[in-house]
Design a protein around this ligand. Sequence first.
Ligand code: PLP
Length: 396
Amino acid sequence: MTHSGRHFLQIPGPTNTPLPVLAAVAKPTIDHRGPEFQKLGEAVLAGIRSVFKTSGPVIIYPASGTGAWEAALVNTLSPGDHVLMFETGWFATLWNKMAGRLGINAEFLKGDWRSGADAGLIEARLKEDKGHAIKAVCVVHNETSTGAASNIAAVRRAIDNARHPALLLVDTISSLASIDYRHEEWGVDVTVGGSQKGLMLPPGLSFNAISEKALAAAKKARLPRSFWDWEDMLAANKTGYFPYTPATNLLQGLKVALDMLHEEGLDNVFARHDRAAEATRRAVIHWGLEIQCRNPAEYSSSLTAVRLPEGHSADGLRAEILKRSNMSLGNGLGPLADRVFRIGHLGDFHDLMVMGTLAGVEMGLAVCGIPHRPGGVEAAMKYLNGNAGSVAYAAE
Ligand code: PLP
């Protein structure tokens, strides 16, 4: 089926790429060993630090986020090392599986896929580990499969309260540049990021922000690594270059994306995401549908996962919306397949895009005969216009 009008890419990443970023990516590829590249390399390697809120090094890989997950593990750990991970949802599960494949002894604290990582459970487990066998705690900041954001400052406090020396590794793939995140202040040792969400770039770049403690751990870590090795990267990055061919055109786009984020101001970027998320939740609550994340304090500002009533297909709804309205929504992952659909509200968007997205969902609900109370779009609009009352969230 052909469509007129622009496609609405409202999945929780990859997100819509702004035209200035696309234009920069489309510029001719330059010599990655030449002087022009050096300026670009220096600019992006310096500019990205403020997005992670760190003064330390940030490595940029020509890889999707999964590569940066692997880099975080293989640079800091040795075969058989014990790590503690928290089952927030699908992405935490994949990271855990990867750790197992790499020969890491990855303990998985059970979660309910409806809330963030439980700092209390992490603290209790670390306190039991008197011999300090656990070498790292790994947490997904924003679980993209459920729309639950974990409190990373609380996880840091849990580690400190237990007086435990474990490293803290955090995945910010769907929160970086969308939800407030502070690598340095929260004492995170490795932060994993990706280009295709809050950073508004196409997929293809991923990041490791590294603490001094992680750098020291890397000197002793014995997991085999070559492509992901921080050492070669950091050496080349000192002069703005890379040890192998970087994703030159994506770096050209990154420079523009960073300029845009800095011009808007990160706090304004976060506030824009908070507003879109709140408008979306008001629509969902008005429709009478259930939000997958059960704890309002952990609601994600970059996506909302919505449960459909028993007997109704979330994939059927998404297919109908794609056909009729030319809009892509996120699917349910793992055990949430067909039970949940996900509305992305991150990256490059404004109020009208949020309203268009919600209108597409409400039309789809009606066409698919999914029980709901019409008027969610209006509830969201009232909120965005600043004249909506409060919505009572049922806390756990
Ligand atoms: N972690 C999170 C939280 C994600 O949302 C994703 C992808 O959506 C990944 C990891 C994996 O990243 P990628 O698909 O870029 O390899």
